[in-house]
Design a protein around this ligand. Structure first.
Ligand code: ADP
Ligand code: CA
Ligand code: CA
Ligand code: CA
Ligand code: CA
Length: 422
């Protein structure tokens, strides 16, 4: 490998800087395959990007793979990594074809399907809520034997889009119809939804939510950070806050790690990086909601891990996909503080008139990143629909209490004002 390794990054949205910044830190050149909805103008801007390689992965995966193989033959690159959830299966296939490090195609298929993940967890004797897949819109409600409350969701959704909690049998048909309709309405919106994947109804896991960020190299899993998302009780589930490290007793941390490591083995995830979401049922028993075989939050979960554990997770993820050993395998990193993420709630939705409080955040020394993806004029649809996250703030603090206080401060001062509706 040359002193400056080259990696193809597939579908990393260029408004999210974290993985590009990591590549720059590590001296890795990036060939960016822009996401379909990314404007080429912003796509090339990051310093680490040395080349743009547009491929129509969704529209014509065969041709995309052939074009990638052609590019490889012209001048080989050293690795390939997925920059978003939808790119995971394509990247697995390309890695295999080109002999590069990555997920197996089998594992990629499992982690792209919530139902399949559930099945594998059960087979491995790990926790999973009861669920049914509704692929036939008639003829299911009467036979439903799940314990209420339940959650209705697209089988291959994202960002809590179309996810609805239902407390009793009376509301279930309406909720399923609503989720189906939302999935239909989003088709062609370049978000990878497949209506044929169906809708899941599953038992509600009652307890706070956490997330775990992991690195996997030669089958060995390291859980780098566990973050606290808190109580999210619905009926809709927009994520607004995360704090790391989660303040949990050592025995619960150990139980979470065991569940997460077990899930990697159950799914056959042996190389790469993952974002795993879990609930702590009754506050103590970790049960997996889902796993994504990529860096979470469009990259920002790696920053949270970096601050809270000292592990430069995005750099180590890139290294793994280059076939290199992660740095944290050798050297024990030192935590730098408490990290927090805040995503401005969409609330009622509408056309954005103004986003208040941005200037104060921009100049706050506690803030590492402020990413704004929407501005005045943008149309935000309220949950359970989804249009994007308007603003993301990543900050660092001396303690978890200070991180929490800052979150409360942001909740008061940073908000979207919508135009009045007529
Ligand atoms: P997505 O792919 O849209 O993120 P998830 O399965 O992660 O789908 O669901 C989104 C959110 O909805 C979760 O983060 C969680 O807060 C809530 N949720 C989903 N399923 C359940 C469940 N079975 N019990 C409790 N909460 C759930
Ligand atoms: Ca998901
Ligand atoms: Ca999720
Ligand atoms: Ca999530
Ligand atoms: Ca699509």
């Amino acid at each position: 490998m040359s002193p400056r390794p080259k990696l193809v990054l597939v579908g990393q949205l260029s408004t999210f800087p974290w993985v590009f910044d990591a590549a720059e830190r590590a001296g890795i050149d990036v060939i960016l395959v822009p996401r379909g909805d990314d404007t080429t103008e912003s796509a090339g801007r990051a310093a680490a990007v040395v080349e743009l390689l547009p491929l129509d992965i969704e529209g014509n995966p065969e041709a995309a793979l052939a074009a990638l193989a052609d590019r490889y033959r012209q001048e080989p690159f050293d690795g390939i990594m997925a920059g978003n959830e939808q790119a995971v299966p394509f990247v697995a296939r390309a890695a295999k074809e080109l002999g590069l490090t990555g997920l197996t195609e089998e594992a990629a298929t499992v982690v792209r399907d919530k139902r399949s993940m559930r099945q594998h967890l059960r087979d491995a004797g790990l926790g999973a809520p009861g669920f049914v897949l509704i692929d036939n819109p008639d003829d299911w409600a009467d036979t439903l034997t799940l314990r209420f409350p339940v959650v209705v969701k697209p089988a291959n959704g994202h960002s809590s889009f179309g996810v609805i909690r239902v407390d009793d049998k009376d509301g279930i048909e309406q909720a399923v119809a609503r989720t189906c309709k939302l999935v239909e309405a989003h088709l062609g919106a370049d978000d990878g939804l497949a209506p044929e994947a169906g809708v899941l109804v599953e038992e509600y896991l009652d307890g706070p939510e956490i997330s775990a960020e992991s690195l996997i190299h030669h089958g060995k899993v390291r859980v780098c950070a566990i973050s606290w998302k808190g109580e999210l009780t619905g009926p809709y589930f927009q994520e607004t806050t995360l704090r790391a490290p989660a303040q949990l007793p050592a025995e619960i941390i150990a139980a979470v790690e065991a569940e997460v490591v077990g899930a990697h083995h159950a799914f056959g995830v042996t190389e790469g990086t993952t974002h795993t979401e879990l609930r702590l049922v009754g506050g103590v028993r970790p049960v997996l909601l889902e796993m994504g075989a990529r860096i979470g939050g469009g990259g920002y979960m790696a920053h949270l891990a970096h601050v809270s554990s000292g592990i430069d997770m995005a750099v180590d993820a890139l290294r793994i996909h280059l076939g290199l050993e992660p740095l944290c395998w050798r050297e024990e990193p030192v935590p730098a503080g408490h990290a927090a993420a805040y995503q401005v709630p969409v609330g009622s939705g509408g056309r954005i008139k103004e986003i208040h409080g941005l200037d104060a955040v921009r100049t706050d020394p506690r803030v590492d990143y402020l990413v704004q993806t929407m501005g005045p004029g943008s149309l935000m649809r309220p949950y359970p629909d989804f249009s994007g996250y308007p603003v993301i703030v990543l900050s660092r603090h001396e303690s978890d209490a200070e991180a929490e206080a800052y979150r409360a401060h942001l909740a008061r001062t940073l908000y979207v004002e919508y135009e009045e509706q007529d």
